[in-house]
Design a protein around this ligand. Structure first.
Ligand SMILES: [Cu+2]
Length: 358
């Protein structure tokens, strides 16, 4: 957190030096999409933008498909796909209870000309999962709880944004990018086994901070401004370009569609409402180091779809040394979800962001 504080101070200072230009156009609060949307705008020739976003996502309780399932039902009825291997019981014995994912996202945008804007992003990720282990090979007796933690730098992303159409009212652009496998896929932590031993193990897929594959990211974005009202939408598709990573698997393709509307109460302040639909496939392949009687160790228990609604607020500072800097917040809540197999239930997501261009 200290490093982030220093970085923000550095950015503020940079802006004071470069942002003093009185010819710089006034930035309005509603000139960008809600803060949870990535790559929603292009820049003018020679413009730079730095952004920092903090995202926090909470998950709790388990669902099978879209129905709740208790920890006791999981450990007595759900088969363990590793049954038959040494020390592996016939049913699952460890149940995730909750998960918190935090991301610090650093982004840079630069436009060498009016037709193309480059965007680079790097995330620092921190994931924590609470588990409940049940005693022995069968039964409903809890043994104890344990927490897994995994953190590090995620996958580095580089995209190019190009305008397809633009008039006074509407804009359409496409994003094409690559996600490079800079994030780790082999993080480990101590886990409590049903035999009451603490063992250092490779953490399941969802606890890793990278995908391990080179991924293609594509998106098309539409936005419109009508006086105090702004509307927009973005459709994203991400797919791995490799059939498997060094560990032997690949993440599923993912699709995201989002639509938003914003209202500017003043040039400084705007609010937004956004609908988000996500769909992702299960993991293909298997990491032979991930073997445990827990749902997260099975590649079939990944992917699914969900629909969320987000409320956002944007504020732009328009005078003084902070001129043109934008701070924004977006709070997302899941309306409905359906998962492949058994997974923790997504609940809320909070995004806080800071953007400055010069
Ligand atoms: Cu930008």
């Amino acid at each position: 957190m200290k490093i982030i504080g220093q970085l923000i101070i550095m950015l503020l200072f940079t802006c004071k030096v470069n942002g003093g230009d009185q010819n710089h156009p006034t930035v309005h609060a509603d000139s960008h999409a809600p803060i949870g949307v990535m790559g929603d705008h292009l820049h003018k020739k020679n413009e730079w933008m730095f952004s920092y976003r903090f995202m926090r996502m909470e998950m709790a309780d388990n669902i099978q498909g879209s129905d709740n399932i208790s920890s006791e039902d999981i450990v007595t009825t759900v088969p363990n796909r590793f049954f038959g291997q040494p020390m592996m019981p016939p049913t699952l014995r460890v149940v995730p209870q909750s998960m918190t994912s935090e991301m610090h996202m650093f982004g840079i945008m630069f436009a060498p000309n009016d037709d193309i804007t480059w965007m680079a992003m790097l995330n620092v990720i921190d994931k924590t999962m609470q588990h409940l282990t049940f005693a022995g090979g069968k039964g409903k007796t809890p043994l104890g709880q344990f927490t897994s933690n995994s953190s590090g730098v995620g996958d580095f992303k580089l995209s190019a944004l190009t305008s397809l159409y633009q008039d006074d009212l509407h804009k359409i652009h496409i994003n094409m990018g690559l996600s490079f496998p800079t994030g780790a896929t082999n993080n480990t932590d101590e886990v409590l086994t049903p035999m009451n031993m603490y063992v250092e193990q490779r953490l399941p897929y969802g606890m890793q901070v990278g995908t391990g594959t080179l991924d293609l990211m594509s998106a098309v974005t539409y936005s419109a401004h009508l006086d105090k009202l702004n509307l927009g939408g973005q459709i994203n598709y991400t797919m791995p370009l490799e059939s498997k990573n060094d560990q032997g698997y690949r993440m599923g393709d993912s699709f995201l569609a989002t639509f938003w509307g914003g209202y500017a109460m003043s040039p400084k302040l705007s609010t937004s409402l956004r609908l988000i639909y996500r769909n992702s496939d299960k993991i293909k392949g298997l990491d032979s180091h991930i073997i445990a009687p827990v749902a997260t160790a099975d590649p079939n228990n990944y992917g699914g779809n969900n629909m969320s609604l987000a409320l956002g607020i944007n504020y732009v500072l328009q005078t003084g040394m902070f001129k043109g800097q934008r701070v924004a917040l977006e709070y997302q809540s899941v309306l409905r979800q359906k998962v492949n197999g058994i997974q923790l239930k997504m609940s809320d997501m909070l995004s806080i962001g800071y953007q400055v261009s010069f």
